[in-house]
Design a protein around this ligand. Sequence first.
Ligand code: OFO
Length: 170
Amino acid sequence: MLSKKVQAALNEQIRIEAESSQVYLAMASWAEIQPGIDNVTAFFYKHSEEERQHMLKLIHFVNERGGFATIPPLPQPQLTFPSIKHAFEELLKHEVFVSESINKCVDIALSEKDYATHNFLQWYVAEQIEEEALARIMNDKLELIGDDKSGMYLFDRDILTISLNVENSK
Ligand code: OFO
């Protein structure tokens, strides 16, 4: 059985994962109408879908442990971006924020002596290490590329391979 405090923290995390999915979905839709970045677009759609899976995993966990997972309303995310680089900067900022929020959940689970939730959350802790690392790699590459169009061509060509390599290095 979940304590009230743990349930509230996990429901807040459900909201954050849902919001992350929306934020990246907006990036995907914006990227889709920019010329020549089909793989960047696919990356954002995939990332949005992954966040939805993170949310669903939490919903099932809360409900299976005798709690009630509540589905939150969501604010409209940022719809347009000055550049691809800017979108990836926002992605990194967002992932750092998500990691902090996961850490808060871990703290609460420990303070409530809820070791099952603590154990469950370790998957998210590991996932965040990977997602932050990936976001940093993308930002570093975009920093190097600057305004170089051929660099951007290569970035779009390689982005899905890079993200697969980071996933597989777990
Ligand atoms: Fe990328 O955030 Fe979920 O966990």
